[in-house]
Design a protein around this ligand. Structure first.
Ligand SMILES: NC(=O)c1ccc[n+]([C@@H]2O[C@H](COP(=O)([O-])OP(=O)(O)OC[C@H]3O[C@@H](n4cnc5c(N)ncnc54)[C@H](OP(=O)(O)O)[C@@H]3O)[C@@H](O)[C@H]2O)c1
Length: 339
């Protein structure tokens, strides 16, 4: 079947995305930020290793997207170390099945990020069951193998990966602030600086005004995750509550499930020779959520279990852009985030 123009652009974009991801170990793309505490872990550390000997009993965590890939491993290891983990799935049945598949104390909660009422219902359900959240891990997401779609007038990847998580976070914030030194971890991606529109966030294209490029749309959503992390770090006292962003690495998960054609074949069959397994993929977010070294560290960006600076032109630490995004986000979300 011949490709139409949109399919061609999308295939090209996904090829670029895959290439970028495969090149993600690029030498000196990032350097460890030695102005922040640096731990003993690296790209091959696993979530189990970074929490070895840790007792998280008495702590509560919420992990979005607990039924698959990196999120499932994150929930599994936090529960193994004694935390009570609220695991979200797009349906209660999916979350329940995932929770049943791990040992320890877990509670399933429904969360459909494209539905802001569901985000609020999720936050309310959690609030009925706990007075505080020590770790909020914003992990769920869709990849760049996503057809163009508007949800309530806004491009779908931006809605699911970014806006839905903003609604959830702002409605859970009182619980995170009620915890002693609560931590919010935003799962971004290197694509947030490798593949973004001109200017970082193309505010004049959030409603599909220009040509759709799935790779740029994904990168934009992941940059938005990082900028939201930065914004929260300026709004919250780091001695009380921290907010940091991570890139998990190029990880064998289900994120490429919708990839088709040559790109799909490469992504889902060949790429695994260089991909991290889910244990390695979950390590950075679990490290940032739990390690005592990082007490008070906020507004940082982590790769391979280390805080890093980025050696490419990027917007990840752009406070002016974070401010602008926050203003636009408040306008879009209105009452959904008005506490
Ligand atoms: N894998 C990588 O190489 C890589 C690289 C960089 C960043 N990341 C990031 O890592 C995070 C985890 O991804 P993964 O690789 O573990 O992918 P995955 O295996 O596909 O898991 C994604 C999770 O997000 C959930 N999700 C998707 N759409 C949702 C929605 N509308 N509402 C609520 N939940 C939704 C999925 O639920 P369903 O299963 O029900 O769809 C699933 O639980 C994502 O934020 C991704 O962007 C991954």
């Amino acid at each position: 079947m011949p490709y139409n123009r949109r399919q061609f652009i999308q295939a090209s974009a996904t090829a670029v995305a895959a290439t970028s991801l495969i090149g993600c170990g690029g030498e000196d793309t990032v350097v460890i930020d030695t102005s922040l505490p640096v731990g003993p872990y690296n790209a091959s550390s696993t979530a189990e290793e970074v929490t070895r000997g840790m007792d998280l009993s008495g702590k509560t965590a919420l992990v979005t997207g607990c039924n698959s890939g990196i999120g499932h491993e994150t929930m599994r290891v936090l529960a193994q170390r004694g935390a009570h983990v609220f695991g979200t799935g797009r349906t209660l049945a999916k979350a329940q099945e995932a929770c049943d598949s791990v040992s320890g104390r877990t509670t399933p909660v429904a969360l459909e990020l494209s539905d802001f009422d569901s985000c609020i219902a999720c936050a309310n359900t959690v609030a009925e069951q706990t007075g505080s959240l020590d770790m909020l891990i914003l992990n769920a997401g869709i990849g760049s193998f996503t057809d163009f779609e508007l949800i309530n007038g806004i491009e779908k990847i931006f809605v699911v990966n970014y806006l839905g998580h903003v609604v959830l976070t702002m409605n859970l914030l009182p619980l995170v602030q009620a915890a002693q030194r609560g931590r919010i971890v935003h799962v971004g991606s290197q694509m947030g600086y490798r593949s973004v529109p001109e200017g970082g966030i193309d505010f004049d294209n959030l409603r599909g005004e220009a040509e759709y490029d799935a790779s740029l749309a994904y990168g934009r959503s992941k940059l938005a995750n990082a900028l939201f992390s930065l914004q929260l770090s300026t709004m919250l006292d780091p001695a009380e509550t921290t907010s940091n962003a991570v890139h998990p690495g190029f990880v064998k998960s289900n994120i490429g499930r919708n990839a088709t054609g040559v790109v799909g074949f490469l992504y889902n069959n060949v790429a695994e020779v260089i991909q991290k397994n889910v244990g390695e993929g979950a390590a950075t977010q679990v490290y940032v959520a739990t390690n005592p070294l990082l007490e008070g560290v906020s507004g940082a960006y982590f790769e391979d279990c280390n805080p890093v600076k980025i050696n490419l032109p990027n917007y990840v630490f752009d406070r002016a852009l974070a401010d602008r995004l926050w203003v636009e986000t408040q306008q879009i979300l209105g009452d959904y985030i008005a506490a």
